[in-house]
Write a protein that binds this ligand. Sequence first.
Ligand code: NZQ
Ligand code: ZN
Length: 387
Amino acid sequence: MLNFDYRNPTHVVFGKDRIAELDQLVPANARVLITYGGGSVKRFGTLDKVKAALGNRTVFEFGGIEANPKYETLLQAVDVARKEKIDFLLAVGGGSVMDGTKFIALATQFDGDTASLLHHGFTPVPVANDKVIPLGVIATLPATGSEMNAFAVVSYQGGKYPVNHPCVYPTFAMLDPELTFSLPKIQVANGVVDAFVHVLEQYATYPVDARVQDRMAEGIMRTLIEIGPITVEEPTNYDARANLMWSATSALNGMIGTGVPLDWSTHMIGHELTALFHIDHAQTLAVVLPSLWRVLKEQKHAKLVQYAARVWDITEGDEDSRVDQAIDKTEAFFKQVGLPVRLRDHGVTQDQLGLVVDALEAHGMTALSESGKVDLATSRKILDMAW
Ligand code: NZQ
Ligand code: ZN
């Protein structure tokens, strides 16, 4: 196992009918800015319940944070937060709202050029701890894990930029599966696949004898395989949705990624596909991951053999054929929950693939994967196979 540090300060408040507890979770005299997206929280009544629970606190609202939140939109919220001297942010929404709110938390008291916060990659941004506005989240879409991690992804000038800082772990994450019953089917399918791929990018690398992490990862994946199709078809099945929600949070709260090699290549290539062609985040992953494995199966051989056996019960035949079957099963699972698995199904043409490679180059994504060997030519191979 590799060396690691692990600390996750987010207080998880899981289960139904808990919005009233916001009164204990948000500081009593806070000036609160509630942030939300395109309006689902208004349409389904969540916002009213949140405001009622906040009682006499001074509350402001900022709506309109779009999917794949844009820097320019978030700056408008930063203006509100500065002007109204906000000292607590409350995000109510999916990954985009939660991520956007983390950026607002970092940018509001930042003295320099706020766009510079987007250029630190996976290194924490240079912001002093006491210059971050604390935030809490009410997650309405189980997918990204943003509710219990310190990462955000912000869209800016045709790219998607990761931003992180330990002080943007939400102080609390309210996870009520019932708040997700109103999701359109496709967003639920997106959530299943995003969570599944998060697990795999912390698992399908090379073995380091990290048995706890491996078995937790396998447990989350088996859970998603069991409940994924059910929760897509039965939106009000509480137990299925509760299991999706906790799987998605557990997939990216740092726990299964401790002490193991990581490979975020699928996400990095996927981000370019979203930025260029506006394909939903999870749908880019469904397209890239199986092709990436087909190209890198030698590098990932030992873990893919383990994955085949422990996640899909594939133990017959030689190792290469077990790996091939596991890749096919993974792809079939993505299709089963309702996501396309080829770029052409998203209307991308073959001559547009060069644009993706150019964008990877422009964003410095030239040595991806756990080996650092995925150069631009290899990414092109992956994209050709994914087309
Ligand atoms: O905007 P509203 O009206 O709220 O509608 C949203 C949006 O249209 C809707 N929605 C959310 N909750 C709903 C609902 N509709 C009905 N009922 C509800 N309960 O769903 C749509 C998509 O929302 P969005 O937040 O964009 O989706 P998701 O949660 O998949 O987030 C995607 C973003 O997260 C980033 C992605 O890059 C993307 O920008 N990621 C963040 C990560 C992190 N912080 O660790 C990791 C991920 O890999 C990912 O990169
Ligand atoms: Zn993701």
